[in-house]
Ligand binder design. Structure first.
Ligand SMILES: [Mn+2]
Length: 358
């Protein structure tokens, strides 16, 4: 085992040990190990694709936003013995759809563990980029502040923040599961004409101004409201007033994209409040909403966590089910918006996933 690998395994063990993170404790890191982690991540990601192409079964996870205990529940590794954890974990594949940092209390724990898992299990853990994996956003929604507070010298925190953002610049921006399910953080783009458009995206991308297709993949939303007025047979992208950039897209835009790309389902996050989608090998899927309250930074949310322990049974036991081949619609529960940007959108929206009517 190389020194680097040994250091990563040692960090993973710290992550897996509940006494290190339960009861509100943060995991301790050194600048050196985090610096090695981000360097190694860049080295792997720069050689990897912009579009992750993979087969089911796979578990797709929406916005984490520093909810470290939720992440541990999703991975299901904290209740078992060390050896078993690894065995159990290596058998499953995960695609995370971005927004790992900001808002929650444990941004650093989430991103450090996920990068480490990605390096350790490169065929099982895939990280897609969210809008919070952008320096312009994570400098003001918590990540920078957390790092500056947690490291002894403020400039060390700032340096780490820059190192993480250097790694984010190489993150892939979309995933394709079984050639049929297209995943991204935000949504569709009028510039998305073929899967090759995704495969050809060059990285690093430090700011979305550099690439408007990437800006849309990371920022766009479905039409708000889904009122009768939004039902149109013409693919339509409107200015996204809620976000202040990119577009909203209607059902016809979804259908048109499926027609061009040969896909049948769009899976996205960006408005989630912690969702897990299990896609099985036969194309059937279950959507699980994480129950319980999430922990947020002061001022981000009034919610307080009241759970004493975290077990799988706390998942909603009545998942929304469907099949990739047959499903026409899927629910996408919405995330909490930044307060100053929150709109009066309804709690859920539906996305059609039919083939294009020519
Ligand atoms: Mn987002």
């Amino acid at each position: 085992m190389t020194d680097k690998k040994a250091s990563r395994v040692q960090m993973l063990e710290r992550h897996f040990n509940p006494s290190n993170w339960k009861n509100g404790r943060s995991i301790g890191y050194t600048i050196e190990e985090l610096s090695t982690l981000t360097d190694d991540a860049i080295e792997m990601l720069r050689r990897g694709p912009s579009l992750i192409e993979i087969e089911a079964p796979i578990t797709v996870v929406g916005d984490l936003h520093g909810q470290y205990e939720d992440l541990m529940r999703i991975l299901m590794i904290h209740e078992t013995k060390k050896e078993k954890k690894v065995l159990e974990f290596t058998g499953r594949k995960f695609m995370f759809l971005g927004d790992y940092v900001d808002r929650g209390l444990y941004s650093l724990e989430c991103i450090a563990l996920l990068l480490n898992l990605m390096l350790h299990y490169p065929r099982h853990v895939f990280l897609i980029r969210g809008n919070h994996e952008m320096a312009k956003i994570n400098h003001s929604y918590g990540f920078l502040d957390d790092l500056q507070r947690r490291f002894r010298k403020e400039e060390d925190g700032t340096r780490l923040w820059m190192m993480f953002n250097d790694a984010f610049a190489y993150f892939p921006v979309a995933g394709l599961i079984g050639k049929k399910v297209l995943c991204m953080h935000g949504g569709l783009s009028p510039e998305l004409k073929s899967l090759d458009d995704l495969r050809k995206i060059r990285r690093p991308i430090h700011s979305v101004e550099e690439n408007s297709l990437v800006a849309d993949l990371i920022w766009s939303d479905p039409d708000p409201g889904r009122s009768i007025a939004t039902i149109s047979s013409t693919p339509r992208f409107l200015r996204n007033k809620t976000r202040g950039l990119s577009f909203t897209f209607n059902n016809s835009a979804v259908e048109a994209t499926h027609g061009r790309l040969g896909t049948v389902l769009i899976v996205r996050a960006h408005q989630n409040k912690g969702c897990v989608l299990d896609i099985r090998k036969d194309g059937k899927f279950s959507l699980l909403q994480l129950s319980g309250k999430r922990k947020f930074r002061e001022g981000e949310d009034e919610e307080e966590d009241t759970r004493a322990d975290y077990k799988l049974s706390e998942f909603d036991e009545k998942p929304t089910s469907g099949s990739v081949e047959k499903t026409q619609k899927m629910k996408t529960p919405k995330e909490k918006r930044p307060k100053e940007k929150r709109s009066k959108e309804k709690k859920t929206s539906k996305e059609k996933s039919k083939q294009l009517r020519k």
